[in-house]
Design a protein around this ligand. Structure first.
Ligand code: MN
Length: 243
């Protein structure tokens, strides 16, 4: 195993973007294989309607992750707002470990906090009302109890609505709230916060509780992918070029 840990988020894989699915397969084969651990911080899928939906690309993605796990790489998955229905069926099929919305890890001696990122964007009130509603066990049980065709139809409708909703929102609402970031750092005592979701890749040096901390934002995958590679020496961003 190579002593390195990889982080990625916001691939938004779907049947509509086979080239991006190939990019992910390339990432798995060329970059992730042999790494100690791979953390997927949410929105691996553009939409996810349950572990029982094995339509493309769910099966391909599962196979990729399963191969990594069988090769000795730990795969850890955090739910995003698009794929919060990823559940134990996915974990069993792939061997991936599911993480809570906030996960603290030891990153080669540094205390790091991982999250998808939507919880940091507290100014988007409408989104958070909806989130609170759909993240309850009751809602999930009811949703997953509906037949697959009905969930597919609903997902399509939801994407359309979310598209309309986003056009109306001011861009700053979709970014993190500085106060919330500070609170999260203070609560956890972490030195590093790694998240995705906002599609604004950057490294932000901040002070929280009078300590220097860093917020690292992962990139969205588009024509090419990007992930973070950590080793004991530090980290760098690595591109996965498309063809
Ligand atoms: Mn997201």
């Amino acid at each position: 195993m190579k002593p390195e840990t990889l982080f990625l988020a916001d691939l938004h894989l779907s049947s509509a973007r086979p080239e991006r699915v190939r990019l992910f397969q390339q990432f798995a084969a060329r970059h992730a294989r042999g790494a100690e651990a791979v953390y997927i911080l949410g929105d691996l899928f553009d939409a996810y309607i349950g572990d029982d939906d094995l339509a493309y690309p769910a099966g391909e993605v599962r196979r990729c992750l399963r191969e990594l796990v069988e090769g000795g790489t730990r795969v850890l998955f955090q739910q995003g707002n698009r794929d919060f229905l990823v559940g134990s069926g996915f974990a069993v099929a792939t061997g991936a470990e599911l993480l809570d919305d906030y996960a603290e890890i030891d990153l080669y001696g540094r205390k790091a906090l991982l999250t998808h990122g939507d919880l940091l964007c507290i100014d988007d009130l409408k989104y958070h009302q909806a989130r609170a509603r759909v993240r309850t066990e009751v809602w999930k049980r009811q949703a997953l109890g509906k037949p697959l065709w009905a969930r597919k139809l609903y997902a399509r409708w939801y994407r359309f609505r979310s598209f309309l909703g986003k056009r109306g929102n001011a861009p700053e609402i979709m970014d993190v709230n500085a106060g919330e970031v500070e609170r999260v750092f203070a609560r956890s005592g972490a030195e590093v916060l790694i998240h995705g979701h906002t599609h604004r890749p950057a490294d932000h040096d901040l002070a929280a509780d009078g300590r220097p901390v860093r917020r690292i934002v992962l990139a969205e995958w588009k024509e090419e992918g990007e992930f973070l590679r950590w080793t004991a020496e530090g980290y760098c961003r690595v591109r996965v070029p498309g063809r």
